[in-house]
Design a protein around this ligand. Structure first.
Ligand code: KG4
Ligand code: ZN
Length: 356
């Protein structure tokens, strides 16, 4: 075959996803099944439930991606699958399904690091050369890294506790936004963004965390606890029960979104200055890539644009569909690894790949 063709499979969290991508970045087929609705009802992901849903859907999703692409498994150059990080039970479903395909069709297997895939996604949609800076902010991820090559990352900062999306989800739950007529079907972060537009951020003053920390790490639990306390106080003041919606909910949403944006922007600013000072990034045309579910927040994105402009960086975000978990980024990472001559840990002639 002239072109490399990779099937990518992703099951690290709550999306069952698959895609077939070719060497030039054409997406030939893709399919995704999201479990969000189920997990929203239980107020968070219950790993055995996620595992069961992956089991129920993986066959159909992979089949769909393949049949849309009109590529038969025998034509594939390799099968790439997320092996870490993520929920062990969820990862296991994708991995064992993939290894069955690998055995059946005698294909090389490319184990994929989920964060590497998120970081490289921008190279599928834009002409971005190494090195570039990447900020990953979602429900499960929070990191800042310098991407120096396909598998060459310098971790500059990470959350010391939870990810920003997780915090926003918890705040949204505490504010009972699921009962709000306008937000009931939205993720926590999206509900906060929606409600924030109707609120006044100046009515609450939540201090950004880690203002004195001389590094690029993040922290979100402190903010979450302050908001918990504030909500409790307000419930008393307004004389309402836990579980009802506060009249000040929109103001709280606006303030938490603002503080989150400030914190993320400040840590990113530090990372850019550090990289430029150490000549790890170009002075005049560095690229800052922002991805993950929280990157779809326009208020947070605006804050990052200001940072990028002030530091002569170009801010790039993958399209929303590629910012969240998907099979395309896994397949693309497989292509990147093939092109770089990296990372086939298992082929049918060799040793069986054992995940750690
Ligand atoms: O990337 P993603 O789909 O899944 C992972 O967490 O890996 O991100 C989902 C997270 C959730 O926490 C959700 O609340 C948050 O991204 N999110 C947002 C917005 N849309 C989704 N956070 C802030 N503003 C948004 N518009
Ligand atoms: Zn992810």
């Amino acid at each position: 075959f002239l072109h490399k063709l990779v099937l990518g499979i992703e099951t690290s969290c709550d999306d069952t996803a698959a895609a077939v991508v070719d060497e030039t970045g054409n997406v030939l087929g893709e399919a995704i099944h999201s479990q969000t609705e189920v997990h929203l009802k239980t107020g968070g992901i219950i790993p055995p439930v996620a595992q069961q849903l992956h089991r129920e859907n993986i066959q159909r999703i992979v089949q769909e991606a393949l049949s849309v692409s009109k590529v038969s498994p025998s034509e594939l150059s390799a099968i790439a699958t997320t092996i870490k990080p993520g929920l062990a039970l969820s990862l296991g479903v994708g991995l064992s399904f993939s290894l069955q395909l690998v055995d059946k069709f005698k294909k090389p297997f490319i184990p994929i690091h989920h964060m590497e895939a998120h970081a490289l996604t921008i190279r599928l949609t834009n002409k971005v050369e190494f090195p570039f800076l990447v900020l990953l902010i979602s429900g499960g991820h929070c990191l800042l890294a310098l991407v120096r090559g396909v598998s060459d990352f310098l971790l500059l900062g990470k959350s010391l506790d939870i990810a920003p999306g997780d915090m926003l989800d918890k705040v949204a739950r505490r504010l009972s936004l699921i009962k709000h007529p306008e937000c009931s079907t939205m993720s926590g972060g999206k509900a906060i963004e929606h409600l924030a537009k109707q609120g006044n951020k100046l009515h609450f003053d939540f201090k950004p965390p880690m203002q004195r920390a001389k590094n690029c790490d993040f922290s979100f639990t402190g903010l979450q606890h302050i908001i918990d306390k504030t909500v409790m106080q307000k419930e008393k003041e307004e004389g309402i029960e836990k579980g009802q919606i506060l009249s000040s909910a929109a103001d709280i949403a606006a303030a938490v979104q603002h503080t989150t944006a400030c914190h993320i922007a400040k840590r990113t600013h530090r990372a850019i200055l550090f990289c430029k000072q150490k000549a790890l990034l170009s002075q005049s045309n560095a690229v800052l890539v922002v991805s993950g579910g929280v990157a779809s927040n326009l208020y947070i994105r605006k804050a990052l644009e200001i940072v990028a402009n002030a530091t002569q960086c170009t801010l790039l975000c993958p399209p929303p569909k590629l910012c969240t978990d998907n099979g395309i980024m896994i397949a693309w990472n497989g292509i990147e690894r093939l092109r770089a001559g990296l990372g086939i840990l298992y082929d049918t002639e060799g040793i069986r790949y054992e995940p750690k």
